[in-house]
Write a protein of this length. Structure first.
Length: 90
């Protein structure tokens, strides 16, 4: 619902916050029915993420507190409706 509305620059901003590298060499973004798949190349290594509305699947390394950082950024993008929906789901 929310992740589908993210623009490419917003996705890049999120990835720079949750990955260990602030300036990846390349970023590939693919919107899927199951979420937004993001692959970054950083220092010659590939990192993969799948963004969902309220959590992030990481297959490699992610910054400490990745999901908290992600939800905080999503709240900034989408405001109170994002928080309300999260609280209703938990």
């Amino acid at each position: 619902m929310f992740v589908e509305k993210l623009k490419e620059d917003q996705i890049r901003q999120i990835i720079s916050l949750i990955s260990d590298d602030d300036a990846p060499e390349s970023v590939e973004i693919h919107k899927r029915d199951t979420g937004v798949e993001v692959t970054i190349i950083s220092m010659g290594m590939e990192e993969n993420y799948v963004l969902h509305d309220y959590f992030v699947e990481t297959f490699d390394y992610a910054a400490n507190g990745c999901e908290y950082i992600y939800r905080k950024q999503m709240l900034e993008f989408f405001g109170p409706p994002y928080a309300e929906r999260f609280l209703l789901m938990t």
